[in-house]
Design a protein around this ligand. Structure first.
Ligand code: F6P
Length: 557
């Protein structure tokens, strides 16, 4: 593979950029009445308007050429064929198989995985039907009212985000709770609100070794047994989702109550697997299947559409344009929908854990920027908090505005205010406000010439700040499935262009290893270990307030 910086399209883009960096989007809109139509694409219930970007048709052609020179087609084919695209862990990353709603087989390591996927889906559906109908009874023969999901990262964020986004479709008897933080306040607060007789705990962990999840799970089990006084009751109240059957059994969960998934499903791509059990319980089998349908529709589009009409490819290329040419170090996700309030956090993990890498597939250090910092918040709240920097600060941070066209039961008058604000913000970021406009406005308010001169520099907005607007037909399972798959594929395309592995996450390992050593020191089960002076002092400061649980005399060295 030719290194990215030596690909002809990369070089052509740099020369194009020397002109493009001075364009103003206002002028681009004025020069081309068809611009909005030209740069809008509709697919799978989503409309993407990407006309408010610092691009022309030539920019997009060059970016598409870059994708071609990066062998994107072949890499997409490899992903759908179950190839080992997760090179460093030598395994497939084939979450698309989980939502393969066609009759086509999908093969991974020589095995058609569709029968296994269908059989787990069927088990999940049977279980969900029993819980939702009230047939699944707790140890005092009462139906389940509360579901507590214990997991973290990919074993938390996807289900949490989807359950909150689609709560309008939820079962009226069921309350969902998500516990991820090992800080006990989250667990304590939840346990205060539920009753052991009517609570189902789902322990979700791909590895079933994650310290935070297992600690929370053990505490939840103790809490439960303290009330049920009978180990046999566990089977009615604890289920697990994992790839690690042995560890699940060691924890004490009946293998009958374990829903499996597989190594070739990455944690952050796993909500389509049994990790989506909380979604199926809360929203029902049909809605879970519609979520898969929406994602599958996006998969087909991604696989079949040419780059110039391919939504994930277009989003990815726009990102490359800003990150690698304009030097944009961050990207904002701004949903104008309260129910999507965890979407920024979900996409943050998806993108930053996937493409926060600096080593090419050949093991060389990259010579260009990779993933941006993803951040965000519901747009309407962001407007009154951090948008000031986005409008007039010194950083360029492209924004994805996301909203649903349908007001899904909004109170009268609210949805149009929300949408008016979103459209207005995107317009303001693009247009800005020039000196002539500010002068005219201030004079109209009756300000004298000297006051206008004084205040003018502060009131001018350069504008020219890029954004995409993504409109969902409605916030329903199918559109949400398509939206999530859109971002998954966008991230994959960027990883291909940067020639990095989007499917491993070695960077998180060091902290885990060090935490395990320090944990032993804090508990007093090992002698002080070598650390830098700062860490040593911080540990000592902590121990001065919290005596170790285990006296030093019994500490193991
Ligand atoms: O530490 C990061 C990570 O491994 C994520 O990639 C993963 O989603 C999360 O932790 C949880 O891992 P597990 O599902 O194995 O508990």
């Amino acid at each position: 593979m030719t290194p990215l910086t030596e690909r002809p399209a990369w070089k052509a883009l740099w020369s194009h950029f020397t002109r493009a960096r001075d364009w103003h989007m206002r002028a681009l809109f004025d020069a081309d009445p068809q611009r909005a139509a030209r740069f809008t694409i509709e697919q799978c219930g989503l409309t993407l308007d990407y006309s408010k970007n610092r691009i022309t048709s030539q920019t997009m052609t060059l970016l598409q050429q870059l994708a071609k020179e990066s062998d994107l087609d072949a890499r997409i084919t490899e992903m759908f064929a179950g190839g080992h695209i997760n090179r460093t862990e030598d395994r497939a990353a084939c979450h698309v198989a989980l939502r393969n709603r066609s009759d086509e087989p999908m093969s991974i390591d020589g095995e058609d995985v569709m029968p296994r996927i269908s059989s787990v889906l069927e088990r999940m559906a049977r279980f969900a039907r029993a819980v939702r109908s009230g047939d699944w009874l707790g140890y005092t023969n009462q139906p389940i009212t509360d579901i507590v999901n214990i997991g973290i990262g990919g074993s938390d964020l996807g289900s949490l985000m989807v359950c909150q986004a689609l709560k309008a479709f939820s079962h009226p008897r069921l309350n969902m709770h998500f516990i991820s933080n090992v800080d006990s306040s989250q667990l304590k607060e939840t346990l205060r609100r539920v009753h052991a007789q009517t609570t189902l705990f789902i322990i979700e962990s791909k590895t079933f070794t994650t310290h935070e999840t297992l600690t929370n799970a053990h505490t939840a089990r103790e809490w439960f047994l303290h009330r049920a006084h009978d180990d046999r009751a566990i089977a009615r109240h604890f289920v697990a989702v994992s790839t690690n059957g042995r560890a699940v059994a060691e924890f004490g969960i009946d293998p009958e109550n374990m829903f499996e998934f597989w190594e070739w499903v990455g944690g952050r791509f796993s909500l389509w697997s049994a990790i989506g059990l909380p979604i199926m319980l809360y929203l029902g089998e049909q809605n879970f299947l519609k979520l898969l349908d929406g994602a599958h529709a996006m998969d087909r589009h991604f696989r079949e559409a040419p780059p110039e009409a391919n939504m994930p490819v277009l989003l990815a290329l726009l990102g490359i344009w800003y990150i690698n040419f304009f030097g944009a170090g961050s990207h904002v996700i701004a949903p104008y929908d309260q129910d999507l309030h965890r979407l920024p956090a979900f996409i943050q993990q998806l993108d930053m854990e996937s493409n926060g890498k600096r080593t090419t597939l050949e093991g060389q250090c990259v010579e260009y920027e990779t993933a941006p910092i993803i951040w965000g918040e519901t747009g309407i709240n962001g407007q009154h908090a951090f948008f000031q920097l986005l409008h007039q600060g010194t950083h360029i941070s492209p924004i994805d505005f996301i909203a649903s066209l349908d007001s899904h039961g909004s109170l009268p008058g609210h949805h149009e205010i929300l949408m008016a604000n979103m459209f207005a913000q995107a317009e303001a970021f693009m247009r800005g406000r020039n000196a002539d406009e500010v002068i005219a406005e201030l004079r109209a308010q009756g300000l004298d010439a000297a006051s206008v001169r004084r205040i003018l520099p502060f009131r001018v907005f350069d504008g020219n700040r890029p954004s995409n607007t993504l409109l969902l037909e409605r916030l329903d399972p199918s559109c949400l499935g398509a939206l999530i798959a859109l971002y998954e594929h966008k991230i994959f395309v960027q990883g291909v262009i940067w020639n990095i592995n989007s499917f491993d996450q070695w960077g998180v390992e060091l902290g885990k290893q060090l935490a395990s050593t320090i944990h032993a020191e804090l508990r007093g089960t090992c002698a002080p270990q070598p650390h830098d002076a700062s860490t040593r002092r911080l540990i000592e400061r902590y121990l001065a307030v919290n005596a170790p649980n285990v006296p030093p005399a019994t500490a193991q060295h």
